[in-house]
Design a protein around this ligand. Structure first.
Ligand code: GTP
Ligand code: MG
Length: 211
């Protein structure tokens, strides 16, 4: 697979205003997770450029930022394909005691209920499996019926033993295999691209998408 182009499309404030979000049939993949989990860093690592702003201070991404990615090849054979990446604001960032589900509802509802949404990459910190806010968020994403993929971030920070234990714990908690990644070291990015390409290209062919 070859990455051809990444461009910023639009930025939308939280609160359900989805004006400007393209509904052109191209798949949208939302990157969601707690504040500071590494959403923007993962997008930058995937795109191999500093397109999304990152910060050690949680709550950096307060807008939903949409990028359009064009690539060639990958699962599904040769040919060009496109996908929108939506960098969602993080939840769990303390703001007047609202719980994770309510906070997410504010920031992400517009995207998740949009016709183009195929999937949510649910980023969870590999060091902290089973946080209550992550469990709430997972249930909430599922209520939209979008495919949810669990991505375990910052695995470079784990020892071998912690890695084995925490990944197993995540698999048990979410009932699906978490994909371990490190934006820092590049681990897991090829695997994640394969998942993204399959989702994006299934969208191009409605027969495949329905199965
Ligand atoms: P918000 O926009 O505030 O919701 O945060 P975010 O989820 O976009 O997180 P961001 O990418 O800004 O990263 C937060 C912090 O974690 C930064 O200090 C990053 O350098 C660090 N970080 C992100 N990914 C990794 C990783 O794979 N490994 C390590 N060691 N640090 C990481
Ligand atoms: Mg961010």
């Amino acid at each position: 697979m070859k990455l051809l182009n990444v461009e910023f499309v639009t930025s939308a404030a939280a609160g359900g205003n989805t004006a400007g979000i393209p509904h052109d049939g191209v798949a949208q993949i939302a990157f969601a997770g707690r504040s500071n989990v590494g959403k923007s860093s993962l997008l930058n690592a995937l795109c191999r450029r500093a397109i999304a702003r990152t910060s050690a201070a949680p709550g950096k991404t307060r807008l939903a930022n949409v990028y359009r990615v064009t690539a060639e090849g990958g699962p599904g054979g040769p040919g060009h394909w496109s996908v929108y990446f939506v960098d969602l604001p993080g939840y769990g960032y303390a703001r007047g005691g609202s719980d994770a589900a309510k906070e997410l509802a504010l920031v992400a509802q517009g995207y998740l209920s949009s016709p183009g949404t195929r999937a949510v990459m649910h980023l969870v910190d590999s060091r902290h499996p089973g946080l209550e806010s992550d469990l709430q968020a997972a249930a909430w994403f599922d209520s939209f019926g979008a495919a949810r993929h669990v991505v375990a971030t910052k695995v470079d920070k784990l020892t071998r033993a912690e890695r084995t234990r925490n990944l197993r714990e995540l698999d048990r908690i979410f009932g699906t295999a978490a994909l371990p990644v490190s934006a820092e070291r590049g681990e897991g990015l090829d695997e994640l691209w394969r998942v993204i390409a399959s989702l994006a290209r299934a969208r191009e062919n409605p027969d495949t998408a329905r199965r």
